[in-house]
Write a protein that binds this ligand. Structure first.
Ligand code: SAH
Length: 237
């Protein structure tokens, strides 16, 4: 029997708490490695890992650097059948996004790695392989679309131009980093994101993010529970 389980990688504790609750993952979790703040919870159906908080600044270790380190260590520890980058994101009114919308990736890129040198352009963008879960998304009523990643919460005009060019529906700060490591380790990858704020909306991202974080994280927990259930029969070809 195939014992390997999905691995869910989450950046912020506020996002992860409702997910763990929904998945019946209790306790403090286990440290991933010495000197690393990331913690791992496991049960018979799923693994969840969070980055933990930054030792110097005392805030959640968000962004691409901790995400890649956590993903590498967690893949090595759990040998998952698929990695899911899960969390909140910015959506776009221009593409009919709304607060609480659940998005499953069908494309995953970086939007702020501008390297106009021969050969490095595509390296910057990444365009990582994403598992084909169209049927599952359709069954669960999730929107499919491009998830794009950068290390800033705000969006500079050049980022926006790029995100428009690839029709980004979810802007986050981790997914492409998780995808890159998953590709290195030859593990299928996807991202499940829930909109906390509208990048092209009227309200500033920081304010809208804080207002909707709890609501979006509850939606995320429902989305992850359904996705993990649907992935029971998922097998790598
Ligand atoms: N000030 C916040 C920082 C949250 S950063 C705090 O309370 O600490 C936002 C996190 O949510 C990141 O992990 C990112 O993946 C996701 N996110 C939500 N909305 C986003 C947006 N508009 N742009 C980029 N990332 C976003």
């Amino acid at each position: 029997m195939d014992q390997s389980l999905p691995l869910v990688v989450i950046a912020m504790e506020a996002e992860a708490a409702p997910v763990r609750k929904k998945l019946n993952l209790t306790g403090e979790g286990n440290p991933l490695a010495e000197g690393i703040s990331a913690r791992l919870w496991s049960n018979e159906s799923v693994h969840v890992v969070i980055n933990g908080s930054d030792a110097r600044f005392g805030v959640d270790a968000i962004g691409t650097l901790p995400a890649s380190l956590t993903t590498l260590l967690a893949i090595e520890k759990t040998n998952p059948k698929i990695v899911i980058s899960a969390g909140t994101c910015g959506g776009f009114t221009a593409r009919d996004g709304f607060i609480g919308e659940i998005i499953l990736a069908n494309r995953c890129v970086f939007h702020d790695r501008r390297i106009p040198l021969k050969g490095f352009m595509n390296y910057g963008v990444g365009d990582f392989h994403v598992a084909d879960l169209d049927e599952i998304a359709e069954r669960l009523g999730f929107r499919m679309g491009t998830v794009s990643t950068g290390d800033s919460l705000d969006s500079q005009p050049s980022d926006l131009d790029f995100m428009n060019s690839v029709t980004t529906v979810a802007k986050d700060m981790e997914a492409a980093a998780v995808a890159w490591v998953s590709a290195l380790k030859e593990v299928p990858f996807t991202a499940l994101k829930v909109t906390t704020d509208l990048v092209d909306g009227e309200i500033t991202t920081e304010d809208e993010f804080v207002t909707n974080l709890q609501y979006a994280s509850n939606r995320l927990s429902e989305g992850i529970l359904s996705l993990v259930h649907e992935l029971k029969d998922f097998r790598t070809e």
